[in-house]
Design a protein around this ligand. Sequence first.
Ligand code: HEC
Length: 163
Amino acid sequence: MVKSERWHDTIPSLAGWLLAGLMVLGLTGCGQKKDTHPGQPVTKREAIFKQILRTLEPMGRMVRGNKDYDAAEFLQYATKLQTLSTQPWPYFTPGSVYSPSRVKNTVWSKPDEFKAAQQKFISAVTTLHTQAATNNMEAIRPAFHAVESSCKSCHQEFRGPPR
Ligand code: HEC
């Protein structure tokens, strides 16, 4: 009984320490501001792009021979990439230009080109997925490079330095 009372006594101070720790983490963590904009479009599209990058990276290692080619694993990434490929675009809402966004105003001044760049990317990802199912790296490699170049060409036109 005594033991459990002591335990209860420690809870408030433990909680206090935890809270203080979390606050310190929150204050120092990456120095990033909270996205207070309605719908948080910059935070949301950034999170999807990061997932896209994290999916692409292990595929790139297999394509370049830095990681053993595992056909099933590669196909899983290709499937995931296909799901992700359509997701960032609805978050490019008018006026969603604020720090730390790297978006250029060309997204809104050249909407047809931006849309075309999305389509090019989505279709390159679809081709990559089709090729991934063949389990043939010789067919996969050029399809993978086409996806990479569709990322790059869009970034050249529509992504600038951090704000
Ligand atoms: C149709 C255009 C387009 C395509 C295709 C595209 N991106 Fe982007 N990407 C952008 C824009 C615009 C931003 C900047 C968004 C912002 O900061 O508000 C961006 C941001 C990012 C970011 C966020 C971090 C940063 O450095 O700004 C990553 C990571 C990223 N893209 C990776 C990729 C990868 C990998 C691909 C291809 C598999 C790709 N993107 C395809 C337009 C595109």
